[in-house]
Every structure is written in structure tokens, then in C-alpha cells.
Write a protein that binds this ligand. Structure first.
Ligand SMILES: [Zn+2]
Length: 213
């Protein structure tokens, strides 16, 4: 059988003025040279926080003297992955995860109601589905390679995301945030997601794509 080559883009478009985490820098994209204005080439100036749109968190985002984004093992986010659909409308909890036989070394992307709801508006959505602290510790103990979520943080906006980030990052679970999984059904996929190689970076925007495995 010929292997399917249809890749699905699960990253969100980076746009001037797009939604961002409250308190993080605004996203600014504008041309400083523009052929439509007579310049010989078009060149944009980009200005944004390291956690903009679809992006990755390195352990150094929350823990001093740990791995930075340029030190990420490439196979953390390139290889077989599972998209798991979460029914809970509030948070991702251990009880629901236990049904999915998650193993050490898995790459796991969580599809929640966020994918359908949160990206339809440019307003920041405060009540997005997040990973509970307990589930974060549980995933860290299992030792998954990476965890992806479909809005701008693994942690709750209202309760704060400090503990959940540390639970994952202290176990070298690399975090992908800001995915849009609305076009993807639960199942097994080939994942390719790579952050920019920002020296000593705490995180970076990333492009993420999936192909049915
Ligand atoms: Zn982040």
C-alpha cells in the first residue's frame, strides 16, 4: 500500500495583532521594505514573544540551569505520535488519561474543545481546557517525550500554570502549545514539529504537521 503523504498543518497562522497570552508581547509583523512601495525586495520586521501562536516550551522556561530550546533532542517532536481526544470540558485529568494506555516515550497531543472554540476568535479565551497538576505529574512520571495542547498554555489561566509546567519540564517532557487540532481525528500519526534554534531560548514559535500513520 502506498503510504499516505497528506500532511495536515496543525499550527496556527502567525499574524500581526493576533491573540497572545495576557502580559506577553504583542505580535507585530510589518514590512520595512516593500516592492509595492517601490523597494527592490520585500522584507518584514517581526516582533513577538517566544511563546507566540503554536510554540514550544523548553525546561528553561520555568527552571533555571536546565535545557534551552536549542538543546531539544530532535526526536522529541519528530516521529510517531498519538492524538487523544479529551471529553472533559474543564481539564485533562488522570482518570480520563488512564483509559489511553500512555507509555514512556510516547508523543501525545491532546485534542480538546479548545481546537473548535478558541481559535475562532482573536480575543484571549480564559476558560480553555488545561492539564490538571495531577495529570502533569502523572505524565512526567511515565516519561512521555512530548505533550501538545490546543491552546496557549498547558496550565489553567485562572489557577496559574507554574506547577503543571514544572511537573512536565522537570522530567524533560517537551511542551507544544497553541496547536489547532480541529481538522484531526484521534489516532496515530507521524508528527513533525520543530522550534527555531534560538540560542539559550526558553521557547520558540514552531511549525507542526501531522500525517496519518
Ligand atoms: Zn509556552
Amino acid at each position: 500500500m502506498v503510504k499516505s503523504t497528506k500532511w495536515i498543518d496543525i499550527s496556527v497562522p502567525l499574524k500581526d495583532g493576533m491573540v497572545h497570552w495576557p502580559g506577553d508581547p504583542e505580535i507585530k509583523i510589518h514590512n520595512i521594505k516593500d516592492m509595492r512601495k517601490g523597494d527592490r525586495a520585500t522584507v518584514a520586521h517581526l516582533s513577538m514573544g517566544s511563546h507566540t501562536g503554536t510554540h514550544m516550551d523548553a525546561p528553561a522556561h520555568f527552571i533555571l540551569n536546565t535545557k534551552t530550546i536549542d538543546q531539544m533532542p530532535l526526536d522529541s517532536t519528530v516521529g510517531l505520535a498519538r492524538v487523544i481526544e479529551i471529553k472533559d470540558p474543564e481539564s485533562i485529568k488522570i482518570e480520563e488519561l488512564k483509559k489511553h494506555k500512555i507509555k514512556k516515550g510516547d508523543r501525545i497531543l491532546f485534542k480538546t474543545k479548545n481546537s473548535a472554540l478558541c481559535w475562532n476568535t482573536n480575543d484571549f479565551v480564559k476558560d480553555f481546557v488545561y492539564i490538571s497538576d495531577d495529570a502533569g505529574h502523572w505524565l512526567g512520571e511515565i516519561g512521555v517525550k512530548c505533550v501538545g495542547v490546543d491552546y496557549l498554555s498547558v496550565g489553567s489561566f485562572r489557577k496559574g500554570g507554574h506547577e503543571i509546567h514544572k511537573a512536565l519540564l522537570s522530567k524533560n517532557v517537551w511542551i507544544i502549545e497553541g496547536l489547532n487540532l480541529s481538522k484531526v481525528k484521534p489516532g496515530k500519526y507521524d508528527l513533525a514539529c520543530l522550534p527555531l534554534r534560538i540560542m539559550n531560548g526558553d521557547g520558540s514559535p514552531a511549525r507542526a504537521i501531522l500525517r496519518k500513520a
